[in-house]
Design a protein around this ligand. Structure first.
Ligand code: PEP
Ligand code: MG
Length: 580
C-alpha cells in the first residue's frame, strides 16, 4: 500500500481499478471495422479534412498578413494536399479494402505516398514527402480529437491515471466509465479540474509521481476531498473509505432537500446562487441543485466538442436548448474563451511561449470578427426566445470592450437585415479577471449591465501564479489582501453605477469563503452545480451584518494568512461549517 498526496480538485471518493493513459504513444490506433462502419469512417475523414483545411486557411491568412511568404507557400502546399482528391480516393478505397479504422488506413496511404516521393530524382518533390507526413499527422490529430481518443473507448469502469490531462481529453472521455481521475500535474483552478467538478467525478491532480507509481490494474482509492490517492489499499483503508462513500451519499440526499429553499441569510438578505456550466445539456443538473440561473456558460467547450468552429445554426440550437432548459431563469453566455490551456485546431492558435498572457479569449474574438459575429448572432437569436445574457471574457481595457460592443451592434444589425427577430435589451457584461479591469471598473461599469469576477484568472494575473502549475499553487491565495481589494473595488464600482456584481470564479463555490463574499457585497455567486447546496447551507446560517463586519476586518489584514485565520475563527464561532 502506498499513499500519495496532491490537490483535492473534485470532491468525492472513488474506489476502482487504475487505467494509465498512455500519452506518449503518438501512433494512430489500428483496429478492424465492420463493412457497415466504412461510411462512418469516411465521414470522420471528411470532417477531419474540413477541420484541418479550416485551420490551414486561418494560418495561411495570418502568414500572408504578416508577410511571411515562405510559411504561406508551405501552408498552400499543405492545403492542396488536404483537399487532394487523390488522397481522399486512396483513403476511401483503403477503407473498403482493408476494413480498418480510418487513422490506420490514412497512416498506410500517407506512408506509401511519402515513400514514392522519396524515390524520385527531383529534390523538390522529395522534400514534399515531409509535407505529406505532416499533413497526415494533422489529420490524425483531428481524427483523434473527434472520435479516436482511447479515453472515449473505455470498456469498463476505471480510474484514469495520467501525466497531464488537457481539457479536450477530459471532454472526450467516456464519463460513464471514469470513476475518478488522478494526474501528475494540474491544480484546482485548471480547466480540467473545473470540468471534473462539473461532471461530478472525483479528482486529485498535481500528484507529481502518480504515473511512476501506479500500474494498470492497481486498486486505487481516490479521495477528491482530502487530495489523497491510496495505491493497493489494505482492508482497513477500503472499509473506512466505503463508509465515507455511504456518508457522502447521505449528505448528497440532504443537499437535494435544500434545492427548493431560498439563498437567504438568517437575517433575510438575498443572494443569487447560480451555476457554471460547460455543456448545454447541463441545464437539468443546474436546476436540480437549485441554481437560480446560469452565471457562466463556458462556450468554448461547445466548440471543442464540435471538433472545430461551430456554425451559427449549431450554436443557435445549443444556446436555445440551454435557455429553454433553464425556463425563465437568466443564462449568461460567455463568448468564446479559447487559448491558454484550451486549444482549438480550427482557430489556428499557434503554440506560444506565454499562452496565458497571449492570444486568448476576447483577443482572439476581436481578431476574427466574422467568427465572433457568428457567435454573437447566435446568442442574440437565442435571446429572442428566452432570458440570455452576453458576457465578454478577459477584457483588459476599455478599447476592447468598445470594440466588442461595436461588433455586437453589427451582429444585431445583420440579424435584423435577415429579418431575424433579436431583442434590444439583452444584458451585456464583462468578466473582471485581469487586474487592469478591476482598477478601471468604474469606467467599465458605465458601459455594461453587470460584472462577473473571474477569480481563477484574477488571482493568476494579480499574483503572477500560473493557475495550472502545481508547483506555485501554494501562492494562489484568494485571501491575499490584493485580491480582496480588487474584489471590493469591483463590487463598489458596480454598485455606484447601479449595476450588479457577480462572481463566477472557483472561489464562489467554496463554502469557507461564502461569509466573506457576502460581506464584500456580491449580488450573485456562480459555481459548479454540485457546490450550490453547500454554499446555500452557509448562506442560510450566516447573518449579513456579521459577514460585513468580517469583510471589514479582512480588508484591514496585512496578509492572506491573517485573513485565513479570521475565516477559520468566524466559521467556528458562527457554526456555519464552511470547508474548503
Ligand atoms: C475565471 O477566470 O475565474 C473564470 C471563471 O473563467 P475561466 O475559469 O473559464 O477562465
Ligand atoms: Mg477566466
Amino acid at each position: 500500500m502506498k499513499k500519495i498526496f496532491g490537490v483535492a480538485a473534485s470532491s468525492g471518493i472513488a474506489i476502482g481499478k487504475a487505467w494509465v493513459f498512455a500519452q506518449d504513444a503518438p501512433e494512430a490506433p489500428c483496429y478492424a471495422i465492420e463493412a457497415a462502419a466504412v461510411d462512418g469512417e469516411r465521414r470522420r475523414f471528411e470532417a477531419a479534412a474540413e477541420a484541418v483545411g479550416l485551420k490551414l486557411r486561418a494560418r495561411l491568412a495570418a502568414s500572408e498578413q504578416e508577410g511571411n511568404g515562405e510559411e504561406a507557400d508551405i501552408l498552400k502546399m499543405r492545403l492542396l494536399m488536404v483537399e487532394d482528391v487523390d488522397l481522399k480516393e486512396r483513403v476511401l478505397s483503403g477503407l473498403q479494402k482493408e476494413l480498418k479504422n480510418v487513422e490506420c488506413v490514412l497512416c498506410a496511404v500517407a506512408g506509401e505516398m511519402a515513400e514514392r516521393l522519396l524515390a524520385v530524382e527531383d529534390a523538390y518533390l522529395r522534400e514534399r514527402a515531409a509535407d505529406i507526413s505532416d499533413v497526415a499527422a494533422e489529420l490524425t490529430n483531428a481524427l483523434l480529437g473527434t472520435g479516436g481518443s482511447p479515453l472515449e473507448k473505455l470498456d469498463e469502469e476505471v480510474i484514469v491515471v495520467a501525466r497531464d490531462m488537457l481539457p479536450s481529453d477530459a471532454l472526450a472521455m467516456d464519463k460513464r466509465m471514469v470513476k475518478a481521475l488522478a494526474t501528475d500535474s494540474g491544480s484546482r483552478t485548471s480547466h480540467t479540474a473545473i470540468l471534473m467538478r462539473s461532471f461530478e467525478i472525483p479528482a486529485v491532480l498535481g500528484l507529481s509521481n502518480a504515473t511512476a507509481l501506479i500500474r494498470d490494474g492497481d486498486v486505487l482509492i481516490v479521495n477528491g476531498d482530502s487530495g489523497r490517492v491510496i495505491v493497493n489499499p489494505d482492508a482497513a483503508e477500503l472499509e473506512g473509505h466505503r463508509r465515507a462513500i455511504d456518508e457522502n451519499e447521505r449528505v448528497k440526499a440532504e443537499d437535494r432537500a435544500l434545492s427548493s429553499l431560498a439563498a437567504r441569510t438568517a437575517d433575510g438578505e438575498r443572494i443569487a446562487l447560480c451555476a457554471n456550466i460547460e455543456l448545454p445539456e447541463d441545464a437539468g443538473k443546474a436546476l436540480s441543485h437549485g441554481a437560480e440561473g446560469v452565471g457562466l456558460f463556458r462556450t468554448e467547450f461547445l466548440f471543442m466538442s464540435a471538433g472545430g468552429a461551430a456554425d451559427e445554426e449549431m450554436q443557435v440550437n445549443a444556446y436555445r436548448a440551454l435557455v429553454r432548459g433553464m425556463g425563465a431563469k437568466p443564462v449568461r453566455i460567455r463568448t468564446c474563451d479559447m487559448g491558454g490551456d484550451k486549444m482549438l485546431p480550427a482557430l489556428s492558435l499557434k503554440e506560444e511561449k506565454n499562452p496565458l498572457l497571449g492570444w486568448r479569449a476576447i483577443r482572439v474574438s476581436l481578431a476574427m470578427p466574422e467568427l465572433f459575429k457568428v457567435q454573437l448572432r447566435a446568442i442574440l437569436r437565442a435571446a429572442a426566445g428566452g432570458n440570455a445574457e452576453i458576457m465578454f471574457p478577459l477584457v483588459s481595457g476599455v478599447e476592447e470592450l468598445d470594440a466588442a460592443l461595436a461588433t455586437l451592434s453589427e451582429a444585431r444589425a445583420e440579424c435584423r437585415q435577415k429579418g431575424q427577430a433579436v431583442p434590444d435589451d439583452v444584458k451585456v457584461g464583462v468578466m473582471i479577471e485581469v487586474p487592469s479591469a478591476a482598477l478601471i471598473a468604474d469606467i467599465l461599469a458605465e458601459k455594461v449591465d453587470f460584472f462577473s469576477i473571474g477569480t481563477n484568472d484574477l488571482i493568476q494575473y494579480a499574483l503572477a501564479v500560473d493557475r495550472g502549475n502545481e508547483k506555485v499553487n501554494y501562492l494562489a491565495r484568494p485571501t491575499h489582501p490584493a485580491i480582496l481589494r480588487l474584489i471590493k473595488m469591483t463590487v463598489d464600482a458596480a454598485h455606484r453605477a447601479g449595476k450588479k456584481a457577480a462572481m463566477c470564479g472557483e472561489l464562489a463555490g467554496v463554502p469557507l469563503y461564502t461569509p466573506l463574499l457576502l460581506g464584500l457585497g456580491l449580488d450573485e455567486l456562480s459555481m459548479a452545480p454540485a457546490a450550490i447546496p453547500r454554499v446555500k447551507r452557509v448562506v442560510r446560517a450566516c447573518k449579513s451584518a456579521d459577514c460585513r463586519a468580517l469583510a471589514a476586518r479582512a480588508l484591514k489584514c496585512g496578509s492572506g494568512q491573517e485573513v485565513a485565520a479570521l475565516l477559520d475563527i468566524f466559521t467556528a464561532q458562527a457554526g456555519v461549517g464552511g470547508s474548503s
